[in-house]
Design a protein around this ligand. Structure first.
Ligand code: PLP
Length: 393
């Protein structure tokens, strides 16, 4: 099934795959093999070695391609393998990349610690400010890398407006769409050249795998990615591809319920005395509410909260959780709570972090699929313990 005429619920379950011709298996087989018999020595065949291509990996790529209405995706062993393969494929010494200033810490670290020593300049720009983007694109650039909503502050970037600016000066645009997935936001339809995913997050959704994917309609870009993936050895494993295919089937359902849960959590936190501010794109108080309405189907299942009492309060609250898990991941069915300043974004210098709004009291809640009232009760007791510790300090 390849047609865009099916909706996401159907595409996630049926997209891209034909019934197994050999045995009629409902699920695709896991081709857990390193290599494939060369039928005609000296002739090219689709599968030869699983560092290059593998049928189970190709099955996931076909399905993701149907979801984004694009070419089959290119999948990787992690979201960072996707980011690094993309950047190494697209830039060389002397080039400049323009990147959202609030991005996943690993992306920032790769640009700063790997690309900059190789002679590539990374310019981190507040891409929520179109004039700043226009200004940054005045000088020659090889790529505009956007992350929206941004990890962890949820700051949004206008994909259509930035893509139009970039197109006018011939700069390709890639959007890290990990937080929303194509179910809630479709960067290619908004004018981007590619969308990028840590499939580790919502696409798998079960804390079972680490993986990444890039979706594009540009056959030359796809070819360059596949070639560099072969050179670097950054492909996804067949077993993780298969697990990701299973997780993906319930993506629309999970996102719908997890977003409902996130809104209930956000409403509870908004009235809590231990909380200074709550951020979620669907809240009327969200500063970019109009853009969220225009660009995203819904705000997603992440809530960012700034706790009164800074680092101490955040550490105490995370340590007091009984149901939610303090952890680095997000997007799974389990509620996961992250203190970004000491976990995901620790590689960003403290002063820069503070300037970007990643304060010591900021906590990111990846709201899961547990009962919403029980998630809230857990946060309530954890915040009460954090408040008591503060009072006795
Ligand atoms: N992009 C975003 C927005 C992320 O949040 C992450 C990880 O947290 C990544 C990329 C990297 O993905 P992975 O951990 O699968 O390498």
């Amino acid at each position: 099934m390849t047609s865009k005429s099916y909706n996401f619920a159907t595409r996630c379950i049926r997209g891209g795959l034909e019934a197994d011709p050999q045995h009629g298996a409902v699920l695709p087989p896991i081709y857990q093999t390193t290599t494939f018999r060369n039928f005609e020595v000296g002739k090219d065949q689709i599968y030869s070695y699983s560092r290059v291509e593998n049928p189970t990996v190709a099955a996931l790529e076909a399905r993701l391609g149907v979801l984004e209405d694009c070419l089959p995706a290119v999948t990787f062993g992690s979201g960072m393998a996707a980011v690094s393969t993309l950047l190494l494929a697209e830039v060389s010494a002397g080039d400049r990349i323009v990147c959202s200033d609030v991005v996943y810490g690993g992306t920032f670290r790769f640009i700063k610690e790997v690309l900059e020593p190789l002679g590539v300049k990374g310019q981190f720009v507040d891409t929520s400010d179109l004039a700043a983007v226009r200004d940054a694109l005045h000088k020659p650039a090889r790529l505009l890398l956007l992350e929206t909503p941004a990890n962890p502050t949820l700051k949004l970037t206008d994909i259509a407006a930035c893509s139009a600016e970039a197109r006018a000066v011939g700069v390709p645009v890639v959007v890290d769409n990990t937080f929303l997935t194509p179910v809630l936001q479709r960067p290619l339809e908004l004018g981007a050249d590619a969308s990028l995913y840590s499939t580790t997050k919502y696409i798998d959704g079960h804390n079972a795998t680490v993986g990444g994917a890039i979706c594009t309609r540009d056959p030359e870009l796809r070819e360059r990615l596949v070639h560099l993936r072969k050179c670097l050895g950054t492909i996804l494993t067949p077993h993780n591809a298969w697990l990701t295919l299973q997780g993906l089937k319930t993506l629309p359902l999970r996102l719908e319920r997890q977003t409902d849960n996130a809104l209930r959590v956000a409403a509870f936190l908004a009235g809590h005395p231990g909380v200074e501010a709550v951020h979620h794109p669907d809240l009327e108080t969200f500063p970019q509410r109009e853009l969220a309405r225009r660009q995203q189907d819904r705000g997603g299942a992440l809530v960012t909260v700034e706790l009164r009492g800074g680092l101490e309060a955040a550490v105490a609250a995370l340590g007091a959780l009984k149901l939610g898990t303090p952890a680095e991941n997000l997007g799974a069915v389990e509620t996961l709570v992250t203190h970004n300043a000491t976990m995901t974004h620790a590689s960003i210098p403290a002063a820069e972090r503070a300037a970007l709004g990643i304060t010591d009291g900021l906590v990111r809640i990846s709201v899961g699929l547990e009962d919403a009232a029980e998630i809230i009760a857990d946060l309530d007791q954890a915040l009460a313990i954090a408040a008591r510790r503060r009072a006795h300090a």
